[in-house]
Write a protein that binds this ligand. Structure first.
Ligand code: FES
Length: 295
């Protein structure tokens, strides 16, 4: 249960070594971490079989490795994807039949399985590291920063990545009007057709008359072929809940709703788990961080 800022800091300290190893911070080595993408794209190519087989063989062959679920990396056409840290080795189009080679060669002998590396289409070069791949090299991720990095079903990994520290800061140090002003100043806009300024929307909602207000997250994304909402919900659902809590505080809402497509079963499942975990940790509900704010 998180009652104080220090509780958040304690969790972050405990989980940071794993995340730092994935971010390749100097000195952060915690053994093999095998990340398996379990977003919708890779799941449709049977990544769950890959993950189950990996977990089984890691155990039976006594490899010193942990198998961890992630959300989408954004490289679905090459899925199922497996990324192994340290060294950030990306294996593409992995099948259940490839697992014994990955476990024996990579996890037990420390060697790379060359045939599963990504091949750049123009140069024909095999790339050993995810960040060396042209597709990833030019990317600077903001909203998707945690997708493919953290286990979306583990709130402590989100906290390790500074999750809920913005909410704590807002609840402990800011007045609602200051939050609205900061969002206005930031220039943040909606990412659908209208590009409506978020700060202005929050300002109007805060000023609206009426005894009860709601914060509503539209995660329906009806546009054909658009999967940006799904990627966040599957890969980093706690970030949506934290943002909703901040919005709720800013506009005076104490209840929130998320409208999500039934056609997104993984997103719905991850959201439900995320809500349950946030409640369990006291980050949704009454007296969040020992304040009078509830959501
Ligand atoms: S779902 Fe695995 S990379 Fe997109």
């Amino acid at each position: 249960m998180i009652n104080r800022l220090n509780d958040l800091i304690d969790i972050q300290k405990k989980r940071l070594p794993d995340i730092n190893a994935r971010r390749e911070k100097p000195g952060a080595v915690v053994g093999w971490q095998v990340l398996v993408c379990t977003g919708t794209g890779c799941t449709s190519s049977a990544s769950h079989q890959v993950r189950e087989e990996l977990a089984k063989q890691v155990q039976s062959k006594k490899a010193r490795a942990r198998v961890i679920k992630t959300g989408c990396f954004g490289f679905c056409k090459m899925g199922p994807l497996v990324v192994i840290y340290p060294r950030q080795t990306l294996y593409c189009l992995v099948k259940k039949e490839d697992i014994s080679e990955i476990v024996e060669k990579h996890l037990l002998e420390g060697q790379v399985v060359e045939r599963l590396l990504y091949m750049e289409p123009v140069s024909g070069e095999r790339k050993k590291r995810l960040s060396d791949i042209q597709f990833f090299r030019a990317q600077h991720r903001v909203a998707l920063r945690n997708c493919g990095l953290i286990n979306p079903e583990d709130i402590t990994e989100y906290i390790a990545c500074d999750g809920y520290f913005a909410l704590a800061d807002v609840l402990l140090n800011w007045k609602p009007a200051q939050v609205v002003e900061a969002i206005k100043q930031s220039g943040l806009r909606g990412r659908s057709g209208a590009g409506f300024p978020t700060g202005r929307k929050w300002e109007l909602a805060a000023a609206a008359e009426g005894p009860v207000k709601y914060v509503v997250c539209n995660a329906d994304e009806g546009d054909p072929g658009a999967f940006m909402d799904r990627s966040i919900l599957e890969g980093d659902p706690q970030s949506v809940l934290e943002a909703m809590a901040i919005a709720g505080y800013a506009i005076g809402a104490r209840e929130g709703y998320i409208y999500v497509r039934a056609e997104y079963p993984i997103a719905v499942d991850r959201l439900e788990r995320a809500i349950a975990q946030a409640r369990e940790y006291g980050l949704l509900g009454r007296h969040i961080l020992n304040t009078n704010f509830k959501l």
